[in-house]
Design a protein. Structure first.
Length: 428
């Protein structure tokens, strides 16, 4: 992905500022030249105590102390950008206790962000797309009414009812919120209900009625960014500009400390939840994903075709091309059941009946049963001209039974397989 002009300018300014600070600060220059993370007159590990005693920043002190005390751990890019299901992440690598929304909301820039999110970010196309994504992943877009956002756990709420987020930038001067979070992400989730609606020309499938909004911080405590200045620190506090007795600190300083001491664990950060009940419910329409329906049909086509061909293969077909059926009624019943199963399978997907997987399972079960019947009657019908058209040997019947059974197992355990594969990909 190409970097935008704004991001390029921001990165250039960061690099220029960091370079200037290294030149201005004698201590910082010493650190840069010696490639050390420990300073002569002031140590990184002293910063939490400075936050507590000099800067009235107990939350920032607690977070940094946790980082220093934890085993060495580098957070993944997927976790940094939220491309994981945090319910599958070890709670050892997530903090949900140090930051309280009642404290975060006490700062003016947070209050402005909360007002803006409620007024302008709750009912946007982006919010509708994000809500649809989490509802689909949670399996909440069904053919019946379901509750939304009922969990008291912030991580579960984030993964099942997330609506939108915005970035809250740094303050003009270093304050306790900067010490704890710096520039952070303020997130919004919803609670209410989701229910199916009658199909319309506009493609709406469900309507979400939001009765309350929930606000929380989801951020990362890590030092992976390059050339990111963290200010000048000393035992009397921190400042943005150089000052006598203070050292210049950047992300690289913490990474070098981790390398030297074998400690320093990055972690994801969630605050608790601050909720606001809406005077008037907010309604969001979930639109149909046409491409997803097309892909589902394409995916189901081979399964449907195999089911039909298996049944045809064991029918007593005197002319396979023209599909002339034998006199035995059971073969004709099996053939028409297979065709009906394929029709129902496509109908279930096309009209969102949400039973397509079970139709597939039923079709494959019928197929497997018919193959077993063919095996049971094969010895009495082993004439190649009189036997099943596609089954010249009993070994072929066993092979096709194995293939059918494998497809049946895949259909039965498809949700678990899909969840397992997604989690492995996210962790990778």
């Amino acid at each position: 992905m190409q970097m935008s002009v704004k991001e390029s300018v921001k990165q250039a300014l960061y690099s220029a500022y960091t370079g200037a600070m290294r030149l201005v600060s004698t201590e910082a220059a010493t650190v840069a030249n010696a490639n050390e993370a420990c300073f002569k007159d002031f140590q990184l590990i002293e910063i939490p105590e400075v936050m507590r005693t000099r800067m009235n920043a107990p939350a920032g002190a607690a977070l940094m102390q946790r980082w220093f005390n934890s085993p060495a751990f580098t957070i993944s890019e997927a976790m940094i950008h939220g491309r994981v299901d945090f319910r599958a992440i070890s709670r050892q690598n997530i903090d949900t206790a140090a930051v309280k929304m009642s404290w975060v909301a006490g700062f003016a820039r947070t209050q402005r962000a909360l007002a803006m999110m409620e007024a302008h970010h709750a009912a946007t196309p982006a919010a509708a797309r994000e809500l649809k994504r989490v509802l689909m992943r949670a399996g909440a877009l069904t053919n019946k009414r379901m509750a939304l956002g009922t969990s008291p756990d912030v991580i579960d709420l984030h993964e099942t009812a997330h609506l939108n987020f915005m970035t809250v930038e740094l303050a003009d001067s270093t304050d306790p919120l900067d010490c704890a979070l710096g520039s952070f992400s303020l997130h919004m989730a919803a609670s209410g209900s989701v229910q199916p609606v009658a199909r319309t020309s506009a493609g709406a499938t469900h309507e979400v009625e939001i009765t309350a909004l929930h606000f929380y911080v989801r951020d990362n405590y890590e030092f992976s960014g390059e050339d990111e200045p963290l200010g000048h620190w000393g035992r009397d506090g921190a400042s943005r500009m150089p000052s006598s007795g203070k050292v210049f600190v950047e992300n690289k300083s913490f990474r070098e400390w981790r390398t030297r001491h074998g400690r320093g664990g990055d972690f994801a950060l969630f605050s608790d939840v601050m909720s606001k009940r809406l005077v008037r419910p907010l309604k969001i329409t979930i639109q149909e994903d046409v491409m997803r329906r097309i892909l589902s049909l394409i995916t189901l086509l081979p399964v449907s075709a195999l089911t039909v061909f298996f049944f045809i293969g064991y029918a007593n077909v005197t002319d396979t091309i023209s599909m002339k059926m034998g006199a035995s009624a059971i073969y004709q019943v099996a053939f028409w059941l297979a065709c009906s199963g394929m029709v129902l399978l496509f109908t279930g997907v096309a009209f969102r009946f949400f039973a397509a997987r079970w139709i597939t399972i039923a079709s494959l079960l019928s197929c497997a049963g018919f193959i077993v019947f063919s095996l049971a009657t094969y010895p009495a019908n082993n004439d190649a001209h009189d036997g099943p058209a596609w089954s010249r040997s009993v070994d072929e019947l066993y092979a096709l039974l194995a293939v059918t059974s494998l497809l049946l197992l895949l259909a039965v355990f498809e949700p678990r397989i899909r969840t397992f594969v997604r989690q492995r990909m996210e962790r990778a």
